[in-house]
Structures are given as C-alpha cells and as structure tokens.
Ligand binder design. Structure first.
Ligand SMILES: Nc1ncnc2c1ncn2[C@@H]1O[C@H](COP(=O)(O)OP(=O)(O)OP(=O)(O)O)[C@@H](O)[C@H]1O
Ligand SMILES: [Mg+2]
Length: 194
C-alpha cells in the first residue's frame, strides 16, 4: 500500500470512532503518559488540538496545566514556509483559526518558542510503526520544523513523541529521506519506545 492509500484508510478508521470511544481513548492516553518518566523533568511541552479523528490531548493538557508545565501549541509560521513554531497556551487565551480550521493561540501577546526551545513535542500522526516511523497528513510541517535534527544527529532539542489511537499502528512504514524519526509513540493503551 502506498502512502496515500494508507493515509486514506487510517483517516477513515480514526474518523469512524464514536464520541464515546474518543473520550475513552483520550483518558487512556493520559493514563499511559502521566505515570511514565518521559514527562518527568520536562517542563516545556508542545501539544496539538485534535481534528480529523486524531486522539484528543485534552485530558493530558488539563493535567499538564494543573501540574505547572508550560504548554505550547503549534502555529503555522508566518514567514518560514510550511514550518511550525510554538506559542504558549493558557486556558482562555485568545485563539485564532488557521487555514486548516485549527485554533492557534494568538502570537502577539503569548510567548513563543522555536522548536528547539521545547523539552517534549507531542505530534499528531496518521499512521505509525513501533520503530519511530511516522506518517502525517502529508504537509511535511513537522518534518520541516525538525529537519535540523538530521544535521545535528538528532541529539539536540526536544524529544519527539507521537500520539495515536492503537488502531493507527502498522507493521513497518517505509520512511522517506526527509522523515524525522520519533523517539516513540503513546496510544490509548501503550507506550512504544523506538
Ligand atoms: N526538510 C524538508 N525540506 C523540504 N521539504 C520537505 C522537508 N521535509 C518534508 N518535505 C516535503 O514535504 C512533503 C510532505 O512530506 P511527508 O509526506 O513526509 O508529510 P507528513 O510527514 O505526512 O506531514 P506532516 O508532518 O505535516 O504531518 C514531501 O513532499 C517533502 O518533499
Ligand atoms: Mg513525513
């Protein structure tokens, strides 16, 4: 199956989940992560706001805000083509809808950081494998944003952790030269460390 077919199939599967299943999954995801050392000692965390059937980060985000983490959301970079930067999110802060219909915190009054200023980035994805392979929506946003990891051996900057429903797991994805591997993926049921 090629990348396009796999994207289509997985997006259909995750969109078919009921509201109840989505809620249960997002609570499962929170349970998997809050007891894991991967969040310990990491202060600046980047989340995303779920769309298209993606697993919701809401319970985890609420927990992170309550425990004093600095939480950020991705914002389409105004100048650098197809790249993301990250703006601080606080409950009730002004938001603006981007061209994909996803809310972004307004960048004027909220502090923003470049990708390498974060400690942990939680990435949405369409499909994953247990070896760090990630297939996204096809825009290449995260790959471009973290492309510097190729040059610096992947050691510097935040840990990249994908979030997904368990049903988005595949045996093995064929990665392109530009694909940035993940340190792991957390689902509603397990944490896969690559
Ligand atoms: N570092 C880069 N520099 C320039 N172009 C890039 C880079 N990384 C990815 N791209 C381009 O982006 C396009 C989409 O990449 P890909 O199919 O891997 O998206 P994706 O990882 O599924 O998307 P996303 O990260 O937005 O969820 C590719 O055609 C590729 O040429
Ligand atoms: Mg990619």
């Amino acid at each position: 199956m090629d990348r396009q077919q796999l994207r289509k199939q997985m997006r259909l599967k995750r969109r078919a989940l009921s509201r109840k299943q989505q809620t249960t999954a997002s609570e499962g995801l929170k349970r998997v992560l809050i007891r894991n050392p991967i969040l310990l000692g990491r202060k600046r965390l980047a989340f995303y706001l779920a769309s298209d059937g993606e697993i919701s980060t809401q319970p985890l985000l609420k927990w992170a805000l309550a425990t004093g983490k600095e939480c950020y959301l991705p914002v389409l970079h105004p100048v650098r083509h197809n790249r993301l930067w990250f703006v601080r999110y606080r409950p009730g802060c002004p938001m603006k809808r981007n061209k994909y219909g996803i809310d972004e915190p307004c960048g004027v009054r909220n502090p923003r950081v470049p990708a390498w200023g974060l400690d942990l980035v939680l990435l949405p994805l369409v499909a994953f494998d247990p070896f760090g392979g990630r297939l996204g929506m096809g825009g290449g946003y995260y790959d471009r944003t973290f492309a510097y990891k190729h040059r610096r051996g992947g050691m510097k900057g935040p840990k990249l952790l994908g979030l997904a429903h368990e049903l988005q797991k595949t045996e093995r994805l064929e990665l392109a030269s530009w694909d940035i591997p993940l340190a792991g993926v957390a689902t509603d049921r397990s944490l896969y460390i690559s």
